[in-house]
Unconditional design. Structure first.
Length: 118
C-alpha cells in the first residue's frame, strides 16, 4: 500500500473523537506500520492532526495514528448485550454403533440442546 509522504495537517484545535470498534493505534499512517496499542470500542481519543484518512491521536499515554473510518464525533451506542439461548437439535443416528479404536462399542448420550451466544 502506498503512503502519502506529505506531512500531517495540524488541526486548529484538538478534536475529541470516539472509537467505533477495537482500533489499532499505529506508529505511521499505514496499515503496514507496527501496532502501538489497540483501543477498545468507545474509547475517547484526541485528534491533533490528519493525513489523508488517518488521524494522529493521543490516548491513555499513547500516541500514534488511527484510521478515520473507525472514529466518530459522537459516542457510539452501547453494543448489544450477549445472551444465551437454548436451541433444540436432533440426535445423531448412525447405522452402526460407534466403536473405540479397540473395537468396543462406545456408550453415552447426546445432549439434546446446544447453547449459543447471540
Amino acid at each position: 500500500m502506498a503512503t502519502d509522504t506529505s506531512s500531517p495537517r495540524p488541526q486548529e484545535s484538538a478534536r475529541v473523537l470516539y472509537t467505533t470498534a477495537n482500533v489499532r493505534l499505529r506508529e505511521q499512517p499505514t496499515t503496514e506500520a507496527p501496532v502501538v496499542w489497540t483501543a477498545p470500542v468507545r474509547t475517547q481519543v484526541r485528534s491533533t492532526a490528519t493525513e489523508s484518512a488517518w488521524h494522529y491521536v493521543a490516548v491513555g499515554g499513547f500516541s500514534g495514528w488511527m484510521h478515520g473510518d473507525y472514529l466518530a464525533e459522537q459516542l457510539p451506542d452501547e453494543p448489544p448485550q450477549r445472551r444465551s439461548v437454548s436451541v433444540p437439535i436432533q440426535p445423531l443416528r448412525s447405522i452402526a454403533p460407534a466403536r473405540s479404536s479397540a473395537g468396543t462399542p462406545i456408550k453415552g448420550t447426546l445432549r439434546r440442546h446446544l447453547r449459543l451466544s447471540v
